[in-house]
Write a protein that binds this ligand. Structure first.
Ligand code: ADP
Length: 273
């Protein structure tokens, strides 16, 4: 298991009038090479959970073990963990700040103290992995790019750290259809070509249906359902009770197939839903 979570609890603002239990006894195993969709209505705890995975939030109680390392222990090297688990926040382009794409993507590897040659090769590879042309984009300002391109540059900055696990929190939020396709397409090829473990947080059932092979459903701070994509989508009634509508998926699948797209074998089809 690349990620193991045991009895994880998290309370915001404990002992104050704003106290809020956001995670309640989470137990989870994620295997290397999994492509997980983490879904659940707003406020169900998805962001709180993923921020635990690279030590951004420390648990109120419980254990998180990443690649055999207990990251909840006091001796842990958080820098090492953040390199292993790359977290792409919502609207990551807001964190672009350098004057060129190259410098932005190089920021993380530079902080790792790597040699210039190694930095350059990582930056080039990361930019190519997100489907951008290195030579024509490296000297441009990130601020003059399209929404989809900006977001891909931000993702490249995380990939340049060579993470073993990539966590993407709502990676297509706010993008136009073209930008969405660009970003999702690159995430899919990253998974297929690089074999990286991916956790995709999304409230878009469409994105989830297109991509992932396992789903975790959160509800009120707990893991309510867990299983293969098609198994989860079959339980329409239960999903609806959690505010996750199957009609959306059915409609999407119809349109998706109408456009002549193939539906992956391990993904649910309309007829089965
Ligand atoms: P999701 O990502 O599924 O929308 P969150 O993890 O953001 O859910 O939120 C889980 C719960 O924790 C919600 O009730 C939310 O209001 C609460 N919460 C999130 N962030 C904070 C915070 N910084 N302070 C207090 N409560 C928070």
């Amino acid at each position: 298991m690349i990620i193991k979570i045991e009895n994880l609890n998290y309370i915001y603002n404990p002992g104050t009038p704003f106290e809020k239990k956001a995670l309640n006894n989470i137990n989870l195993d994620i295997a290397r090479g999994d492509f997980i969709g983490l879904i659940g209505h707003t406020g169900s705890g998805k962001s709180t959970l993923v921020q635990h995975l690279n030590g951004l939030i420390r648990p109120t109680s419980g254990k998180i073990i990443i690649d055999g390392i207990d990251i909840t222990s006091n001796e842990v090297n958080l820098r090492e963990i953040r390199q292993k688990v790359g977290l792409v926040f919502q609207y990551p382009e807001y964190q672009l700040f350098e004057e060129t794409v190259y410098k932005d993507v190089a920021f993380g590897p530079k902080n790792l103290g790597l040699e210039e040659d190694e930095i350059k090769s990582r930056v080039k590879k990361a930019i190519e992995l997100v489907g951008l042309d290195y030579d024509s984009i490296k000297d441009r300002s990130p601020f003059e790019l399209s929404g989809g391109q900006k977001r891909r540059v931000a993702i490249a900055g995380i990939l340049a750290m060579k993470p073993e696990v990539l966590v993407l929190d709502e990676p297509t939020a706010g993008l136009d259809p073209r930008g969405r396709d660009e970003v999702l397409g690159r995430i899919q090829s990253l998974y297929e070509e690089e074999g990286i473990t991916i956790i995709l947080v999304s409230h878009s059932m469409e994105d989830i249906a297109k991509l992932v092979n396992k789903i975790i459903v959160m509800y009120e701070g707990e893991i309510a359902m867990e299983g293969k994509t098609r198994e989860i989508f079959k339980q329409a009634e239960k999903l609806e009770q959690m505010g996750l509508g199957i009609p959306q998926i059915t409609m999407f699948m119809r349109q998706y197939k109408k456009k002549g797209n193939e539906v992956r074998d391990d993904i649910i089809t309309v007829e089965e839903a």
